[in-house]
Design a protein around this ligand. Structure first.
Ligand SMILES: *[C@@H]1O[C@H](CO)[C@@H](O)[C@H](O)[C@H]1NC(C)=O
Ligand SMILES: *[C@@H]1O[C@H](CO)[C@@H](O)[C@H](O)[C@H]1NC(C)=O
Ligand SMILES: *[C@@H]1O[C@H](CO)[C@@H](O)[C@H](O)[C@H]1NC(C)=O
Ligand SMILES: *[C@@H]1O[C@H](CO)[C@@H](O)[C@H](O)[C@H]1NC(C)=O
Ligand SMILES: *[C@@H]1O[C@H](CO)[C@@H](O)[C@H](O)[C@H]1NC(C)=O
Ligand SMILES: *[C@@H]1O[C@H](CO)[C@@H](O)[C@H](O)[C@H]1NC(C)=O
Ligand SMILES: *[C@@H]1O[C@H](CO)[C@@H](O)[C@H](O)[C@H]1NC(C)=O
Ligand SMILES: *[C@@H]1O[C@H](CO)[C@@H](O)[C@H](O)[C@H]1NC(C)=O
Ligand SMILES: *[C@@H]1O[C@H](CO)[C@@H](O)[C@H](O)[C@H]1NC(C)=O
Length: 483
């Protein structure tokens, strides 16, 4: 195997994708005052059914992409930077999904693996000393562009070295035999991108709370973070869930304590960041989404030192009841509301909460934007698949930058709290090879081969890179402190 094998940027230079930006503009004027109403009832949603929109890579049409959940309807965001992306063929949203296919998939998340496997040695290579590394600090030029480079020294952990990968993401354990998908390193075009250093990271979060809040893709990233940190933990018994909880798809609150570093790495499920509720509509009490009220779990997020948010998937036509009698503001349930409008309002609610409750002197806030899914050849139940792909895409041209990302960017710019965007969409778009496909379940408990998970990510895998980006930002922040 060649050590450094670059595969991208063959044909179209102008379509190389992003890695991350730091959008930390401070606005002094807060435009809105939001009344955060509370409602004691919490809608416990035990169904994990999504309708995903997808990449349909079949045929020779240009590939088009939109955010996972977006059923993209009326664009309210301006497509100002669209030179890099082709537009969706038809954005009416009510139209013909011959390119976008809507997907519904059952989240197939099992219980955490309990025991480490002593046979499986960690393949980790020694990390370079961070002291020697020049970090590019011109954040305005920080790369939207880059490529995946094959690197034998990856992955940073294995299913044997990390006891926290749950069944849904543990492709190796579930029988996936190709291993290249674990061995790609993201190389931004314009700057050096340091390898994750677990010891360094643990030092950076010593005595702190690192908190992930969002949907199951954020759980994906959080598990990756736990695993990457374990590489620097000498005694695995000194890392435990503070309530003794095992990771499952049901329980949404986890706090793992790293005893020696007196820090916690936590995850709180919040599908929408705003409050899932119920309201009487006609005779019945029906589920609603209170887009002007923050998720009731927010009390747990307060006091964190680092917060990493996301939301995207659940804003689907299906999960949001097509916007009909679903979105609620105060006592009013909108008979119908467009998903982009609702998404923006919800994010404004989240932004107002952050601006009110987060002290930017203490807490660093991140928002990770959407991670694309890659179904091809059909829908989840009609043969939509990604299983045969063991190599990243060479070209992501034609993929549209998701409208929800633009809304996120818009909202962040209006906040007075600096929020760093983890811009993972572009780099993840290449990684059709990184999904669990049929390996999100143990052999024997698998869905029929016509049902594949092309939305979540195998661990080790792509979310490790997202965490390397997070690490990169911590380092920047740290360096600027001592300047
Ligand atoms: C989009 O598709 C719908 C339904 O197929 C069609 O009525 C509409 O004219 C199309 N719009 C554009 C801009 O092509
Ligand atoms: C969708 O597109 C296909 C192929 O272009 C066409 O055969 C079909 O009639 C269209 N359906 C609708 C509802 O427009
Ligand atoms: C930072 O980036 C901007 C925009 O590309 C550029 O004009 C400026 O010269 C750069 N500054 C440094 C110190 O590299
Ligand atoms: C890790 O995956 C390998 C297959 O590559 C499997 O043999 C092993 O049992 C797995 N380890 C654990 C702890 O599940
Ligand atoms: C998670 O925390 C929220 C907020 O405190 C709470 O309402 C919810 O019941 C908790 N869920 C679980 C499963 O512990
Ligand atoms: C979502 O998927 C379900 C099941 O396939 C389907 O019944 C529903 O109509 C879909 N939602 C939309 C908006 O098409
Ligand atoms: C979305 O667009 C459709 C048709 O273009 C229009 O009828 C509808 O009112 C729009 N919805 C919103 C919320 O703008
Ligand atoms: C991508 O590029 C590599 C190396 O140039 C090549 O081997 C591979 O076939 C290409 N894959 C596709 C799908 O074009
Ligand atoms: C995020 O990356 C995409 C390319 O993948 C780029 O088009 C977009 O402008 C980036 N967002 C920001 C805020 O820089």
């Amino acid at each position: 195997m060649e050590r450094q094998r670059s595969f991208s940027s063959t044909s179209t230079r102008f379509l190389l994708f992003a890695f991350t930006i730091s959008s930390s503009l401070i606005f002094l004027v807060s435009l809105f005052t939001w009344v955060l109403k509370s409602n004691p009832s919490i809608h416990q949603d035990t169904h994990f059914q999504f309708n995903y929109s997808v990449f349909n890579l079949g045929g020779h049409k240009p590939i088009t992409v939109e955010s996972l959940s977006s059923f993209s309807s009326n664009s309210s965001a301006k497509h100002s930077k669209d030179t890099h992306f082709l537009k969706s063929e038809n954005e009416s949203g009510s139209g013909n999904f011959s390119v976008f296919k809507q997907i519904q998939i059952q989240e197939n998340l099992g219980e955490v693996l309990e025991d480490g496997d002593s046979e499986t040695e960690s393949e980790e290579a020694p990390a370079p000393s961070m002291e020697d590394i020049e970090v590019e600090t011109n954040e305005t030029t920080e790369g939207d562009e880059g490529k995946w480079v094959y690197d034998e020294s990856y992955p940073l952990y294995t299913n044997g070295s990390c006891p926290f990968i749950d069944e849904g993401f543990s492709c190796d354990t579930n029988g996936r035999r190709d291993r290249n998908y674990m061995k790609w390193k993201w190389q931004p075009q314009d700057c050096y991108f340091p390898r994750f250093n677990a010891a360094k990271m643990l030092d950076l979060i010593r005595g702190k709370r690192l908190v992930f809040v969002g949907d199951s893709i954020n759980r994906n990233q959080w598990e990756s973070m736990l695993c990457m940190l374990m590489a620097a933990v000498k005694d695995p018994k000194k890392v435990y869930e503070t309530h003794g909880r095992r990771i499952t798809k049901e329980k949404g609150n986890y706090s793992f304590k790293f005893v020696d570093h007196k820090c916690t790495v936590e995850y709180y499920v919040s599908h929408f960041l705003v409050h899932e509720s119920k309201a009487r509509i006609g005779q019945k009490r029906r589920p609603t989404l209170r887009i002007n009220a923050i998720d009731h779990g927010s009390s747990r997020w307060k006091g964190a030192d680092i917060l990493v948010f996301n939301t995207a998937h659940w804003w689907s036509h299906y999960k949001t009841k097509a916007g009909i009698n679903y979105y609620q503001e105060g006592n009013q349930v909108h008979p119908k509301l467009d998903v982009s409008v609702a998404f923006r309002k919800a994010l404004m609610t989240w932004a107002a909460w952050v601006d009110r409750h987060i002290n930017p002197g203490r807490t660093q806030v991140f928002f990770r934007n959407s991670a694309p899914s890659h179904f091809r050849g059909g829908q989840w139940n009609s043969g939509g698949h990604c299983m045969e792909t063991t190599w990243p895409l060479n070209d992501t041209s034609g993929m549209e930058y998701p409208e929800k990302n633009r809304i996120v960017e818009d909202v962040i710019l209006q906040m007075k709290t600096p929020v760093t965007l983890l811009n993972v969409t572009g780099l993840s778009a290449y990684r059709i090879d990184g999904h669990p496909s049929i390996y999100g379940k143990k052999p024997g408990t698998r869905y029929s081969s016509s049902i594949q998970d092309c939305s979540h990510w195998c661990l080790p895998g792509v979310p490790d890179t997202w965490n390397e980006i997070l690490f990169f930002h911590f380092q920047l922040k740290q360096k600027s402190k001592y300047r």
